[in-house]
Design a protein around this ligand. Sequence first.
Ligand code: ATR
Length: 275
Amino acid sequence: MTHSPRAFVIGWPIAHSRSPLIHGHWLAEHGLAGSYERIAVAPDSIDAFLRDLPTSGFVGGNVTVPHKEAAFRIAAERDAVATATGAVNTLWIDGGRLCGGNTDGPGFLANLDAESPGWDRSPGPVVVLGAGGAASAVAWGLAARGFAVRLVNRTAARAEALAARLGSGVAAHPWADLPKLLSEARLLVNTTSLGMVGKEPLDLDLAPLPRDALVTDIVYVPLETPLLAAARARGLATVDGLGMLLHQAVPGFERWFGVRPAVTPALRAVILADM
Ligand code: ATR
């Protein structure tokens, strides 16, 4: 008897997740028999859900807010990125054991590589705003590439704790130092929720940034955040946040369904049509 592989995304709430659109697009594109379901898992049932996974019939799935830390805690094995960041966003079953990885950092890097071919990516100082889960993934990825990551957050203690966790290559700096930090930065990444639809914009003077600096946002609703619009108005190169969402999905799909999918303009169009 053959089974179609079944994968999922879990979160609480989960209705907003665009992952089913991404994986559904790839399943159809490759003509694969398989499914990818959205499952709402409440915080008080996440541990039981994860413990039951190896015998559930699922091949694996994605994990989103607020369950990435629980998935890290319960996975029997974790990849290097998950271990560094303390968060798991991709699960799979191997030999009856629950395994967890984190594809957010690699997804950020893959998107940067795909969308900024002209940017000089040799190691140098970069500024990452924020200290939450997204900041952790982005800072890990940039440090792994050899960049000197300068982490700046409204709540300084969170940036300091994250820098201590990530270790060499990541240092926390006060918000008040941003003009000087920006003047030396090769790249600015916003990982805070500021600029997201319904939230206030990020209030930041971009004038100190060098002319060849790149500005990226991980917010993708709207696609052009006020930060990216301001950067473009100054003639700076920008990369929007949608690509990171698409690229972080690639390794999971390949693991569960056996085909490495591509991030294409057609896939971007599917997500944009839903926004
Ligand atoms: P995620 O896991 O998605 O990164 P998070 O842990 O809630 O989410 O982090 C949100 C980030 O946005 C934090 O860095 C937060 O700063 P604090 O640590 O000081 O809370 C940042 N953020 C949210 N609202 C902000 C605001 N009004 N001004 C500055 N930073 C803000």
